[in-house]
Design a protein around this ligand. Structure first.
Ligand SMILES: [Fe+2]
Ligand SMILES: [Fe+2]
Length: 470
């Protein structure tokens, strides 16, 4: 049951051919999707063969097949984890009831909103990254970019399947809208802030896949708990693919750090920019930007929406089974509120604190990535420690958006912020410098001046493998 039917126009493991109406609706959406891919997906490279993985089963091991594919011919399909007929809702007011196979009427709007919000991020990131192929630091990185792109496309398919399949006409309308909004378009932007930020250099891309795709991981973990079973099963399989995106980000930033450290050791006292590498302080500022922006994606610290979603059994906590108690009716979370320009701790009822619960899990996970980067500087004997800024730093959503906070989370005045912001966030000079380094390095086995080669290649191939046939 876990095999995927590739004989169909739309590969799937949901027995799509048995539901002709649904199949027809999705087959009508398919050319619009391809049209979207060609017009705002990766510019050029659509006729090149790329060494990509494609899902061929949803088994934990051996789910992917590697081979050369032209991106527009990638087999985007619909893959859900197999159904567990015994599955019960694991949290909220419906805890212990049988998981829903259909959308519960009273939660229809909330559920649709959750799915659309998740869905919207998928095409958004492809749009954000569309120009990066032209300046890839190696064929290996070019291939990784395209792998991420096609899989974000598949995630869109996954969500559109749910909309078409379970939400009737308004689901189909939402699916159309998903191809209409555009990242960064002032009149018709993507739904969430970070997904409208430009991502036009590779340091941004690596930070994005490290921090923003990691937000995706935690949103998917929370939705993988959903009482609406098809959503849970969809998200579980998406998580399998997501791991590679974060790998690209974490090791990508790591290789930029490694390159700078190598040059610092080879040329003590010299500025690494002389050798076309990126200084560690500058990398830290990019981290600060993408991390703080992605931290916003969890929403306000105190949220009645998040309480509703949890109570209804629609969106749980990441790793819900690690908690002893799944109703979360009692207990609270201590949150530093920021009201009228002052910080003060407040015990917030647990259900209302669900955004903060998820954000805290996310932060813990990000810290592991930072530890990984610090092991690189350590290994080189370079006295520099990367750090995540405080969660209050540079926020646009929630309590802290109302004030200014320094790197360590202390409230500061607007004047002080303006004075110091250039030390904390990428400034014009930083961006111009990074941009100046963005020249393609498309020769087999070669890497741009600002990044080290990876430790190993993809799917046991050597690092000088022809990952993209140009
Ligand atoms: Fe995704
Ligand atoms: Fe992703």
């Amino acid at each position: 049951m876990t095999g995927i039917d590739y004989s169909q126009k739309i590969p799937n493991n949901v027995d799509l051919s048995s539901d002709k109406r649904l199949q027809r609706a999705l087959e009508e959406w398919q050319p619009n999707y391809i049209e979207w891919w060609k017009s705002v997906g990766p510019t050029d490279f659509n006729t090149n063969e790329v060494y990509l993985r494609t899902a061929v089963s949803v088994n934990a091991d051996g789910w992917a097949h590697f081979g050369y594919v032209k991106m527009p011919e990638y087999r985007w399909g619909i893959f859900l984890e197999p159904r567990d007929a015994e599955r019960r809702i694991g949290f909220g007011d419906h805890e212990g009831e049988a998981a829903w196979q259909q959308v519960p009427g009273e939660y229809r709007n909330w559920l649709r909103r959750l799915i659309v919000t998740q869905a919207d991020t998928e095409p958004a990131s492809v749009e954000q990254q569309r120009l990066l192929g032209h300046t890839a630091p190696s064929l290996y990185d070019l291939r990784n970019l395209f792998q991420v792109n096609v899989e974000e496309g598949r995630h869109l398919w996954a969500m559109v399947y749910l909309l078409h399949s379970y939400f009737g006409r308004d689901g189909r309308e939402e699916a159309e809208e998903l191809l209409q909004r555009r990242s960064g378009n002032p009149d018709h932007p993507r739904i969430l802030g970070t997904f409208n930020e430009p991502c036009q250099d590779w340091l941004s891309f690596f930070c994005f896949t490290m921090f923003t795709d990691r937000d995706g991981k935690f949103q998917l973990l929370a939705l993988a708990e959903s009482g609406f079973d098809p959503l849970a099963r969809t998200c579980r399989f998406m998580l399998t693919e997501e791991a590679h995106h974060m790998f690209v980000g974490q090791t990508g930033v790591g290789r930029v750090i490694d390159r700078a450290c190598t040059l610092m050791k080879e040329h003590p006292g010299k500025d690494v920019t002389e050798f076309g590498a990126i200084p560690l302080e500058l990398i830290q500022r990019y981290i600060n930007f993408w991390y703080s922006s992605s931290t916003d994606l969890y929403g306000a610290e105190v949220s009645s929406n998040s309480a509703n979603f949890f109570a209804a059994g629609l969106k749980g906590r990441a790793y819900e089974d690690r908690y002893k108690e799944h109703k979360a009716n009692e207990g609270s979370m201590r949150i530093e509120r920021f009201v009228d320009g002052k910080l003060s701790a407040e015990d917030v009822a647990m259900r209302n604190a669900m955004n903060e619960v998820l954000r805290s899990e996310y932060i813990k996970d990000c810290e592991k990535g930072v530890d990984y980067w610090n092991r690189i500087t350590e290994k080189h004997g370079i006295d520099f420690k990367f750090k995540l800024p405080h969660r209050r730093f540079n926020r646009r959503i929630g309590d802290y958006a109302a004030g200014r906070f320094d790197f360590d989370g202390n409230p500061i005045s607007e004047a002080e912020w303006n004075q110091k912001v250039d030390q904390w966030l990428p400034n014009e000079k930083d961006r111009a410098y990074v941009k100046s380094l963005m020249v393609p390095c498309h020769e087999k086995g070669k890497f741009a001046s600002w990044i080290s080669a990876p430790l190993r290649g993809i799917n046991d191939q050597p690092t000088d493998f022809e990952y993209v046939k140009l």
